[in-house]
Write a protein that binds this ligand. Structure first.
Ligand code: SF4
Length: 344
């Protein structure tokens, strides 16, 4: 017990992953139905409804309070110039916590608070971005001046039967991050085959469910892209791909990014953040994380190839592909897939 107390998690010092770069350029994808906009606390929901009665409410699909979207799929507060009306009129503090945080997050560890980033945001994946500096992003991951952790990781599960101390994980992780920042083929670094066998299901069946998730939102289209790509990869069929309703946000990102990164850099940066964020350590283990990441990487590379052949620039094709596999990776659909993976 005494040992556990000594090794408890903490949010300070704030730690940014070396090489992680981000600033908000207002590309405008995050305030749309590429994901559910929320969840909101009951109090935040009431605050938003005081500004606009139709702006927020209980959402049965998400089983939580959420912001509502307008006919174009954007938040009702998103203005034509892509600025947030709440932020513009009442200041950043008036926005719901999730809006102020995205795409940033915080994981408490025994050595400090790791700043994490989501990669479905083109402001995180494209263009000339500054290194993340903890003091600059601290307000985004704080509430009332206090740092709020999304999760706390004390020990690191390596397999279903073995977990290790955080201090033993750090050198293992450092080697992965260094290699992901280099030039080696990414799949060699993950060192595992994609598409592991699934308990009580098949990849074709799961792909059909992804395609069936189309619901008129951008999230549904991203799901369909991933399902469609899995079908094409596994069965050799190449059907017409779905549309790309998020294209305008990536047009803006491309226009402000005259010096494109390589697709290797975009994918390597994404995988490094997936490992650094330690979300996987919360509900499964590193062996399974490598297998599911190898699978999403294989899908992302195939999507990237298809987008490249339609004329998209390499960094943009890779960034759109990462956005799609991250959106799917965050969904309950992918949670079910991970639960079914035969990896121990
Ligand atoms: S409230 Fe503002 S920041 Fe939040 S989703 Fe709506 S427009 Fe975007």
């Amino acid at each position: 017990m005494a040992g556990n107390k000594k090794k408890k998690t903490k949010v300070r010092p704030l730690l940014a992953r070396p090489g992680a770069r981000y600033t908000c350029f207002g590309d405008g994808l995050c305030c749309t139905d590429i994901h559910g906009i929320g969840p909101l606390t009951k109090k935040e929901c009431a605050q938003m409804r005081r500004i606009d009665r139709s702006s927020a409410g209980w959402n049965d699909d998400h089983d939580d309070y959420m912001l509502n979207t307008a006919a174009d799929g954007g938040c009702v507060f998103l203005m034509a110039d892509l600025r947030c009306a709440v932020h513009a009129e009442l200041g950043a503090e008036a926005k719901p916590d999730g809006c102020r945080r995205f795409p940033l997050g915080l994981v408490a560890t025994p050595v400090g608070g790791r700043i994490t980033t989501e990669h479905r945001c083109p402001c995180r994946t494209m263009g000339d971005r500054p290194d993340i500096e903890p003091p600059d992003v601290e307000p985004s991951v704080s509430e009332g001046g206090r740092l709020i952790a999304d999760r706390r990781i004390k020990r690191v599960p390596m397999t279903s039967k073995r977990d290790i101390k955080f201090s033993d994980w750090e050198p293992i992780e450092a080697e992965y991050l260094a290699r992901l920042g280099g030039r080696e083929p990414l799949i060699r670094i993950l060192d595992v085959e994609p598409f592991p066998a699934l308990r009580g299901s098949s990849w074709n069946k799961q792909a059909d469910e992804f395609i069936g998730a189309r619901d008129g939102t951008q999230f549904g289209v991203a799901m369909a892209w991933v399902g469609d790509t899995i079908v094409a990869m596994r069965n050799g069929r190449s059907p017409r791909p779905p549309g790309r309703p998020w294209a305008a946000a990536f047009d803006r990102a491309e226009a402000r990014s005259p010096e494109p990164a390589t697709k290797r850099e975009v994918f390597g940066d994404w995988l490094a953040d997936e490992i650094w964020a330690l979300k996987w350590a919360e509900d499964h283990h590193f062996a399974l994380a490598r297998a599911e990441l190898a699978t999403r990487l294989a899908v992302a590379e195939d999507i990237c190839r298809r987008l490249r052949s339609s004329g998209l620039r390499a960094d943009r094709a890779a960034a759109e592909a990462v956005m799609m596999v991250e959106v799917v990776g965050e969904s309950d659909y992918w949670t079910e897939v991970k639960d079914r993976m035969r990896v121990s």
